[in-house]
Design a protein around this ligand. Structure first.
Ligand code: PGA
Length: 248
């Protein structure tokens, strides 16, 4: 089954490093049947655009501003990303929620703006350890999901990728068990079913992220309900990332 395997480079890679990385990754994943996406820093997008033209690796960005243009010093618009052939943009990553105060409502506006430009949002949702311990995982997930999807029509959901990323698993080396990941993903599907339809709840792509490595990738990536993975730390090395892709 074709999976979506997304690399999140975060604040790593100069243009030079990006070039080397993509060259290696292109060779290593040449025969892959999966959809591979690399979410790069803004400054690396143009070099990726040159190198990946006509290739099977898709370009993603890690953020976008919700407004289409205007006096927003330091921000990047959806139109600018579209011009560089960005197919995907991550929105609502827990690091942006935590360090930059990104809220569900803003995330909803970002999703709508991306859709206007035909860019696919990768929406990250997930609970903290405390929320999980307090039995609030489902409550947190449904709130994040429902606010982010507010005002969207069913026929728009097909282009969204939802990434279930428990915050306690991001960059910690402590990944969710496949049972925990699956439970959360099934719950996310049930919320979508309740708000939209059974059909779209089955169709929508939901991936798992949080300390995915080559040695645990198989548990997530071979499951029918899990459509792929979002990989941070382990994606920074082209070989390691390609090995994760091979596990799918
Ligand atoms: P990680 O990061 O793989 O390093 O845990 C995942 C993410 O932040 O998307």
């Amino acid at each position: 089954m074709k999976k979506i395997i997304i690399a999140n480079m975060k604040m790593n890679f100069t243009r030079e490093k990006t070039k080397k990385y993509l060259k290696e990754l292109l060779t290593l994943t040449k025969d892959s049947e999966h959809q591979i996406v690399v979410c790069l820093p803004f400054t690396s997008l143009s070099v990726a655009n040159q190198m990946l033209f006509g290739k099977d690796i898709f370009i993603g960005a890690q953020n976008v501003h919700q407004e289409e243009s205007g006096a927003y010093t330091g921000e990047v618009s959806a139109e600018m990303l579209k011009e560089l052939d960005c197919e995907y943009v991550i929105v609502g990553h827990s690091e942006r929620r935590q360090y930059f105060g990104e809220e569900n409502k803003t995330i909803n506006s970002k999703i709508k703006t991306l859709m206007k430009y035909g860019i696919k949002p990768i929406l990250c949702i997930g609970e903290t350890k405390q929320q999980r311990r307090a039995g609030k995982t489902q409550q947190v997930l449904s709130k994040q999901l429902e606010t982010a999807f507010s005002g969207l029509y069913e026929n728009e959901l097909g282009s969204i990728v939802v990434a279930y990323e428990p915050i306690w698993a991001i960059g910690t080396g402590v990944s969710a068990t496949s049972k925990e990941a699956l439970e959360a993903i099934k719950y996310i599907r049930s919320v979508i079913k309740q708000n939209y339809s059974e059909e779209i709840s089955k169709q929508i792509n939901i991936v798992y992220g949080g300390s995915v490595k080559p040695d645990n990738a198989k548990t997530y990536l071979t499951h029918k309900q899990i459509n792929g993975g979002l990989i941070g730390g382990a994606s920074l090395n082209a070989k390691t990332f390609a090995n994760i892709v091979k596990e799918a």
